[in-house]
Design a protein around this ligand. Structure first.
Ligand SMILES: *Cc1c(COP(=O)(O)O)cnc(C)c1O
Length: 376
């Protein structure tokens, strides 16, 4: 059995080596490191894949969120509602722009932002909602879009963990995650479902004017060469990263299928266990691309399970151990614990098992046997 890893990018690379190496060589031989034709080709291919009008590449998923907020012309003091249970990047950019973040609870079953909690948090100052499609499954977008429409709010989808998943509306319409809200953002961090070999990110929108603004903002607020109409940033995807992404994009659906297959294996082993809750698939409205396979451990010691697995060379991670509202940087003192009962349960119960495209049956068997062995 191969050594088990949380994410296995080395063995994945072995399958796509010829395409990547050839693409790298082209970039090296032309020295078009920045804004090379590879970047444009990838952006256009991603537009086609997502069926979205504009994909604007940028430097990483955090800046994608920041640039999205900048393009919406929010003013200091405006409120942006997002989830208490996510990676810090989501709330970081809100604070960085001197906007006020309003963190709310998630649904216990899905890990994603609770529409009910959003409703309760809306004030006259609320301008935007940032749902996060956490662990590979869409937040309840139909409900969130309805709330946004009622209150005239922007919606930025943080799609860093769910690229390739599909949202299914009540009327049967399907849309790729990240293409439903006002703006969608993603990260191409190496371990994401579509990852490059460094940093990268992208912003999606159907709106032509927003796309124009975003293209200016990522390039120093420059709409005409050396004329700077506003304060922008420098945020680019480089040509080498575009090579990797363009090689992987045609494989994304099969990659996500491999993740689902591993998830099926896990589900089967754990589904009736008294101490384990398998990740609920909201098949009515979302496909699941399993960025993470996250179990809930109940009436048992989650940390001891992690330790037990670690001793058997099985990596397992706690995403996320501390709610954002309790992080020093984001603790405003205004939040009440009773409003966050789901997040506060989840931080003690969740454990994410190895999940990637290269998991083999003997590894999955070893992992599941040992997880079950812990409870014996
Ligand atoms: C990874 C991630 C980001 C940030 O992406 P980077 O490319 O690392 O900046 C933002 N939000 C979520 C939910 C993520 O998982």
């Amino acid at each position: 059995m191969k050594k088990i890893q949380m994410v296995d990018l080395i063995n994945q690379y072995k399958h796509i080596k010829p395409a990547i190496d050839k693409g790298f060589e082209e970039v090296l031989n032309t020295a078009a490191f920045i804004n090379g034709p590879q970047v444009k080709a990838f952006s256009q291919n991603l537009e086609k894949y997502l069926d979205v009008k504009h994909v604007i590449p940028c430097a990483n998923g955090t800046e994608a969120l920041q640039i999205a907020l900048m393009a919406l012309d929010l003013k200091p003091g405006d409120e942006v509602i997002t989830t208490d249970f996510t990676f810090a990047a989501t709330v970081e950019v809100i604070s960085l722009l001197k906007l006020n973040s309003v963190l709310v609870d998630v649904d216990y079953e899905t890990f994603t932002i609770s529409p009910e909690a959003i409703r309760k948090a809306i004030t006259p100052k609320t301008k935007a909602i940032i749902p996060v499609h956490l662990f590979g499954q869409c937040a309840n977008m139909e409900e969130i879009m309805n709330i946004a429409k009622e209150h005239n709010l922007y919606v930025i989808e943080d799609n860093a963990q769910a690229i390739g998943s599909e949202y299914i509306f009540k009327d049967g319409t399907r849309k790729k995650s990240g293409t439903i809200g006002t703006i969608g953002t993603t990260s191409f961090f190496p371990s994401k479902n579509l990852g490059c070999y460094g940093d990268g990110g992208a912003i999606f929108t159907e709106n032509d004017e927003l796309a124009y603004r975003i293209r200016g903002i990522v390039n120093h607020g420059m709409y005409k060469r050396y004329y700077h109409d506003e304060v922008g940033v420098n945020s680019r995807l480089d040509s080498l990263q575009a090579v990797v992404l363009d090689a992987k994009l045609p494989l994304l659906d099969s990659y996500n299928e491999k993740r689902r297959r591993a998830a099926d294996f896990y589900d089967k082993a754990f589904s009736n266990h008294p101490n384990l809750i398998i990740p609920l698939r909201m098949e009515k409205y979302s496909t699941h691309v399993f960025h993470q396979y996250t179990l809930k451990v109940i009436n048992s010691d989650r940390n001891a399970l992690q330790q037990y697995l670690s001793e058997r060379e099985i990596p397992a991670m706690i995403y996320y151990p501390v709610p954002l509202r309790k992080q020093k940087a984001y603790d405003t003192g205004k939040y009440k614990d009773e409003d966050f009962s789901n997040t506060d349960r989840l931080i003690n119960e969740v454990i994410s098992l190895p999940m990637h495209t290269e998991l083999e049956d003997d590894q999955l068997k070893y992992i599941t046997e040992n997880v079950l062995g812990f409870f014996k």
